[in-house]
Design a protein around this ligand. Structure first.
Ligand code: SAH
Length: 485
């Protein structure tokens, strides 16, 4: 029997320039490539003619098993992860599967592990040099690790003054963990400690925010964000986030001379430097991933290279809850429509409101009045779209004053909604605190299930049913199904 090969490959942050040539070769030489849909999408141009299995987010176990089985049968298989395959990637799970089937070194398949640029490295490169001194990675995902364990590690890292890279900091469902992490770290570090939020590094939707411990929660943090929290030595210089290596503890920056009392090539001398070692703890936490009885559905097809347009995670339905929500929305929409059918267009144009998106917030027009609803997620120039800049800071709903009526009226509003609906009601229905990607998803879900209407020569999605839907009913979708209250 042919010796099979299983390549475990990290493809880096996501663009062609930051994947290693070794990873590219491994993918090129494979007959069969397996990975999460998004990552397959990122290397799709390399996959023409190969057998490809794209799986969803929660199907890791099946993906690892399928890879091991195919390679054991003699195939050249590549399993791809983003970043580095050994950092919250698939490599660990593959070894758990191998152990379970009793695989030994020398057996088929041969395992080859190829390194990739992990998110902390790629994100650090976009903000400066935050990882120059001791740092650690902590994932805030409590899907497989109990929260008390994570909290304890955050506390230990914070008290140890490590720079901390937080992976999986939040998602549509998980928003609480990052708040708690900030609270724990805040007990050990000053409010002005630099914090970088890097989203989708080296991908099309890259965004970089440099903030500090006191303010970073005001910005969007999602599943494609890595949060880098500085140590007490980190500083910001010319917009760069820097953690010093410590040269100035020993040498003078003025003349390069060594400080008195220090010796080149010897340990740095400080008070108590050799006596402050913490006691070793015997306590251990075991983290066991269950494998038995896993049932996983995968979609396998021969890739023609042109099949799928490039997608990024926020555009994909990410878990079953979204599918369920879609169904629920269809049901609700049907129910509300049958009770309260909106009047025909044209007859009641006066009570027709329109919704659009401005700087990530919702722009609502009703009876010629405009409201900005929710927080701005990106800076925006109001005058370009016909309004005066709002004077107060944006709270929940702000009534916008019109500067240039013509411009304001030409603003793109893709959605029609029942006019007279209060802006506060729209806020409750569409805004999600600190997470614009899920409000986008709410819009998309609703839009996908709405009729299209032509009004004054423009095509809109007809969302009027949602304007008339009682808030408690809509909240069932948001809270119980999408879990995004
Ligand atoms: N194996 C990956 C990590 C997977 S865990 C690696 O080594 O990078 C997924 C988390 O990684 C995300 O929640 C995010 O915190 C981080 N991440 C992965 N790719 C990223 C990117 N391009 N930009 C920012 N963060 C990213």
């Amino acid at each position: 029997m042919n010796e099979g090969i299983l390549n475990l490959v990290g493809i880096g942050p996501g663009d062609d320039l930051h994947i290693t040539p070794a990873a590219l070769n491994a993918i090129r030489e494979s007959e069969y490539v397996i990975g999460y849909s998004t990552y397959i999408g990122l290397v799709r141009h390399l996959l023409t003619g190969k057998q490809v299995t794209r799986t969803g987010m929660t199907e890791e176990i099946g993906r690892a098993q399928a890879a091991v089985e195919a390679a054991a049968s003699g195939k050249k298989v590549t399993l791809i992860s983003s970043g580095d395959v050994g950092v919250y990637g698939m490599a660990g799970l593959v070894f758990e599967v191998l152990r379970k089937i009793g695989w030994k070194r020398g057996d088929s398949p041969e395992i080859r592990i190829l390194p990739g640029i992990s998110a902390d490295n790629s994100c650090a490169s976009l903000v400066g040099a935050p990882l120059v001194h001791d740092s650690c990675r902590i994932s805030l995902s409590d899907l497989l690790t109990p929260w008390p364990v994570i909290a304890k590690r955050i506390e230990a890292a914070a008290s140890g003054d490590f720079v901390i890279s937080l992976y999986n900091p939040a998602s549509g469902r998980r928003q609480r963990q990052i708040l708690e992490a900030a609270e724990i770290i805040g007990r050990y570090r000053p409010a002005e400690t630099p914090v970088a939020l890097v989203k989708s590094a080296y991908r099309r939707r890259q965004s970089v925010v440099l903030s500090d411990l006191e303010h970073f929660l005001e910005f969007e943090i999602g599943m494609n964000t890595t949060v880098i929290v500085g140590s007490t030595n980190s500083f910001v210089y010319e917009g760069y986030f820097v953690t010093p290596r410590g040269y100035t503890n020993k040498y003078s920056l003025e003349n390069g001379e060594i400080h008195t009392g220090q010796r080149k090539g010897f340990s740095l001398r400080t008070e108590g430097s050799l006596h402050s070692q913490p006691e070793r703890s015997e306590e251990r936490t075991l983290n066991i991933t269950k494998i038995t009885g896993a049932f996983v559905r995968t979609a396998t097809s021969v890739f023609d290279g042109e099949e799928e347009r490039e997608q990024e995670p926020e555009e994909l339905p990410q878990d079953k809850s979204v599918q369920t929500a879609l169904k629920a929305i269809q049901l609700l929409q049907g129910a509300v429509k049958s009770v309260e059918k909106p009047k025909e267009l044209g007859i009641e144009t006066k009570s027709t409101g329109r919704l659009g998106r401005l700087g990530g917030a919702v722009l609502y027009e009703t009876d010629g009045e405009y409201y900005l609803i929710g927080n701005l997620k990106q800076p925006c120039n109001f005058e370009d779209v016909g309004f005066f800049t709002p004077e107060e800071t944006i709270g929940r709903c702000v009534k916008l004053r019109i500067g240039n009526r013509e411009l304001a009226e030409s603003f793109v509003f893709p959605y029609l909604i029942q006019g007279g609906t209060s802006p506060e009601d729209i806020y409750e229905k569409f805004s999600v605190y600190r997470n614009s990607s899920i409000s986008e998803r709410l819009f998309t879900l609703v839009q996908d299930n709405s009729d299209k209407v032509i009004w004054k020569g423009t095509e809109y999605s007809d969302l009027r049913w949602i304007g008339s839907m009682p808030l408690p009913v809509w909240n069932i979708v948001r809270e119980s199904i999408l879990k995004c209250s």
